[in-house]
Design a protein around this ligand. Structure first.
Ligand SMILES: Cc1cc2nc3c(=O)[nH]c(=O)nc-3n(C[C@H](O)[C@H](O)[C@H](O)COP(=O)(O)OP(=O)(O)OC[C@H]3O[C@@H](n4cnc5c(N)ncnc54)[C@H](O)[C@@H]3O)c2cc1C
Length: 534
């Protein structure tokens, strides 16, 4: 018999939940202020999450007039829902922080004129350095420690979290903190996209249980293209693709990156599409292979030379990992609507800098750096002078937290049922009021079906019911926000309402668990150019 207590209890100034770029920037930034910091990751910090598995191109622009030009261009592309002040702050902070990453030894390549090229990061290399820097900054890193719920004091101010240690047979832990940063990533609904197996929306659920609101969830239907048998979705290679139907006839698609969306429209109709990278200049082909070896691996294994042979492609849902929605922020320090709780990276809405369109090509990577920095500093400031170890109230009604119930739906049942309303392109890429209403009703029923718990799981897997519940919650918020936006804009494509409607030149808030609500955000977008709103 062990005489260890039933729960591992720890105390810290700032608790960071997550282990990707947003979490590590938050942890390092909080530690820079002298705070004691603890980071808990569901996986292994440095290899978990979407960035570690792939990499990030960044929105990185030196000081000077080009920044304002970029903000103006982005506002138009983003459907007029952005906030220029946030955009300038993100550009300034990510530029400065990348300079630090260079000082920490990241091997940035140089252009022929000797200028460093810093706008692209290799995921494993980047995240290895982030982990090492966090460690050297004194951050206590607890790997394989998924958080399951947040705790509050008697006034409802967040004062820690609870979770389990997966590699210690699911032993429970409780951490008391002066403030908490949620950096748990986006929600990709276990679609199989490379690196997103941990991105199940846990942070959104934990925050919503305390009343947090979300924003931009209707822009969470991002899809990527991969070879039919592959999961690696670095779709930039496809800017050099020609697309064909299954009879080898060329499809009329836009040249460059826009061709991907045309191909997705054809796939959404249930037709097969083939790609061939025959537009890539000969001189560039080896560079493409060197830049993204993972993209070519499944093709090489299948004996396909993608520059000469057309290969079939499929759409894979990437949800809010390359989409936009997440927790609403109410301050420049990335404070959420719950006191003591801050959010960073894909767990927070990125509408402020990317509006209605995908942030996946560069904005999200810069956002993870900047919002991590703001949230880490904000949480450190908030925690200063706050008492630790006071009362810890959990979420009394937190679904999936209690012991399982024989005969209840299994985790697999719930995940499959939720996915059936999210992953098919006719649910999230192209929407109609009828299909959305059908999904909303089915997901409400599913929510009620799990209200008394899921089927039992071994203690070390007790994070899985929470993942399943988080996925239903995220699907319900996305569906509700998509019904509320009765127009098409950016990633939100309504087949029944194909045009933009200026009555929706505002962000849409959503929240609630048993009863899901939506509302217009009273804080209006801030634009530097009037044409963005046109
Ligand atoms: C294939 C692909 C390519 C991309 N390329 C680009 C690009 O070129 N440019 C760009 O800007 N963006 C890109 N993106 C998006 C970008 O990767 C994400 O925006 C970025 O990873 C967000 O960082 P994050 O730290 O918020 O989340 P993630 O990197 O996803 O990390 C989330 C972390 O939270 C942890 N976690 C989750 N739940 C819990 C829990 N309950 N308890 C504890 N920890 C938890 C996970 O283990 C993980 O460590 C790409 C995405 C994909 C999928």
């Amino acid at each position: 018999m062990s005489n260890l207590p039933d729960v591992d209890e720890l105390t810290t100034d700032v608790l960071v939940v997550g282990g990707g770029p947003a979490a590590t920037w938050a942890a390092i930034s909080a530690a820079e202020t002298g705070s004691q910091v603890t980071l808990v990751d569901k996986g292994f910090c440095g290899t978990s999450g979407a960035t570690a598995a792939g990499g990030n191109n960044l929105w990185l622009i030196p000081r000077g007039p080009r920044r304002e030009e970029s903000v103006r261009e982005s506002e138009v592309a983003a459907g007029g829902l952005t906030d220029s002040e946030w955009m300038f702050r993100v550009l300034a902070t990510s530029w400065d922080r990348i300079e630090l990453l260079a000082q920490w030894g990241y091997p940035f390549p140089s252009a022929p004129d000797g200028q460093p090229l810093r706008s692209s990061l290799q995921g494993p290399e980047y995240m290895r350095r982030m982990r090492r820097k966090a460690h050297r900054s004194g951050v206590r890193i607890l790997d394989h420690h998924p958080a399951l719920e947040l705790s509050t004091d008697a006034e409802g101010v967040v004062n820690g979290a609870r979770g389990i240690a997966r590699q210690d047979d699911g032993r429970p832990w409780q951490i008391s903190a002066g403030a908490v940063v949620l950096a748990t990533g986006g929600t990709a609904f276990l679609s199989g996209t490379f690196g997103t197996n941990v991105d199940t929306g846990d942070g959104l659920l934990m925050a919503a249980e305390l009343g947090a609101s979300l924003s931009g969830m209707e822009f969470s239907g991002a899809y990527a293209l991969a070879p039919e048998w592959g999961v690696h979705t670095k779709g930039r290679m496809l800017q050099w693709a020609s697309f064909y139907d299954e009879h080898g006839r060329p499809l009329a698609t836009e040249l460059g990156l826009g061709g991907r969306q045309d191909a997705q429209r054809v796939l959404t109709q249930g037709r097969r599409v083939f790609a061939r990278l025959d537009r890539a200049p000969l001189a560039m082909r080896q560079t493409m292979r060197d830049a993204q070896p993972n993209y070519f691996l499944p093709l090489d294994k299948a004996g396909i030379d993608p520059f000469t042979t057309a290969y079939p492609i499929r759409m894979i849902h990437e949800g809010s990992v390359r989409g936009t929605g997440g927790l609403r922020l109410i301050g420049p320090d990335c404070a959420t609507t719950v006191p003591g709780l801050f959010a960073a990276g894909d767990a927070a809405t990125r509408e402020l800098i990317t509006g209605a369109v995908s942030g996946g090509g560069s904005r999200n990577g810069s956002w993870a750096i900047a919002s991590g920095t703001f949230a880490g500093r904000g949480a450190a400031e908030f925690s200063r002078g706050r008492a630790r170890g006071a009362e810890h109230r959990g979420v009394a009604t937190g679904l999936g937290l209690g012991p399982g119930r024989a005969g209840a739906p299994t985790v697999e049942d719930v995940v499959r049922a939720t996915q059936s309303h999210v992953l098919p392109p006719l649910r999230s890429f192209l929407k109609t009021a009828d299909r959305l209403a059908e999904s909303a009703a089915a997901l409400d029923t599913l929510w009620r079906d799990v209200s008394e718990g899921l089927a039992p799981v071994p203690r070390r897997d007790s994070y899985k019911p929470r993942q399943a519940i988080a996925m239903i919650a995220a699907a319900r918020w996305t569906t509700a926000a998509s019904l509320a936006r009765t127009e098409s804009r950016g990633l939100h494509r309504r087949e029944d309402l194909p045009h933009r409607d200026h009555r929706y030149d505002h962000r849409i808030l959503v929240g609630g668990l048993d009863e899901v609500w939506t509302a217009a955000d009273p804080v209006l977008p801030r634009l530097v150019s009037s044409e963005s709103a046109a």
